[in-house]
Design a protein around this ligand. Structure first.
Ligand code: DX5
Ligand code: ZN
Length: 228
């Protein structure tokens, strides 16, 4: 089995030193970066509000080669597709619960892929994998991001409810011959990582950036722990 990729979530980095933080990730060998784009319409708290396209462009400018994954939990994400592509995003992972209905989901997915980005879908801990059946069958989804915490903030406790969902998705993918990547986002640390080693991508903010030792140590620790 291949060990999952660790994708640092910049939500936990030092915002006043964004460039240095991004460069540290790149130097630590992180092949991709996770950027949480949140607004306070899709999410209740004004403190959840994060970045727009200008910050994405700034991150891209200091990391030309890293894959940039955007976790889009915003009101009407379709408005952001072209701007985020222009800013340098590679993957546009929208939050399923912020969508009105399936028609909106499919239209958005098509728009994202037409714009030349990979399309991902992110689901809350309480949302079941089976609600995604027809969306996955559309073939437009390259990434399924399983949130192991409520969206909005880093540093929350890992919700084990997603373990069954991970299992279910891995099985579904195999049965149907799908090729989407599976991500787990939130609460990933040295203790929880062995449980989610079947995922392809592990998004970690607090562990990677607030680790007592260096960032590179944090990234490597997690990938080692995921293998064992
Ligand atoms: C949660 C975000 C995550 C968050 C993960 O709303 O989607 O990307 O930054 O942070 P940690 O690793 O601290 O749970
Ligand atoms: Zn995220």
């Amino acid at each position: 089995e291949i060990a999952p990729i660790i994708s640092p979530s910049l939500l936990a980095c030092d915002f006043a030193n964004m460039k240095a933080e991004v460069l540290r990730c790149v130097k630590a060998g992180a092949p991709r970066l996770h950027v949480d784009i949140f607004d306070s319409v899709a999410l209740d708290s004004p403190w959840a509000f994060t970045f727009g396209p200008q910050m994405v462009k700034a991150i891209r400018d200091c990391s030309p080669d890293a894959i940039l994954d955007l976790h889009m939990c915003v009101y009407k994400p379709a408005r952001f597709v072209d701007a985020m592509k222009e800013a340098g995003a590679d993957r546009f992972i929208f939050q399923f619960e912020a969508m009105a209905d399936e028609a909106e989901v499919l239209e958005l997915a098509k728009r994202i892929t037409d714009a030349g980005m990979k399309c991902g879908i992110s689901i809350n801990p309480a949302t079941s994998v089976s609600t995604l059946d027809s969306i996955l069958a559309s073939g437009l989804i390259s990434v399924v991001n399983l949130l192991a915490v409520e969206p909005g903030f880093g540093g929350q406790k890992f919700n084990t409810v997603i373990l069954v969902k991970l299992e279910h998705l891995v099985q579904l993918r195999q049965e149907k011959g799908y090729s989407f990547e599976i991500g787990v986002d939130g609460g990933v640390n040295e203790k929880t990582v062995p449980q989610v080693a079947k995922a392809d991508v592990l998004v970690a903010g607090t562990y990677v950036f607030r680790h007592p030792v260096s960032l590179s140590q944090g990234v490597m620790d997690l990938s080692t722990a995921a293998k064992s």
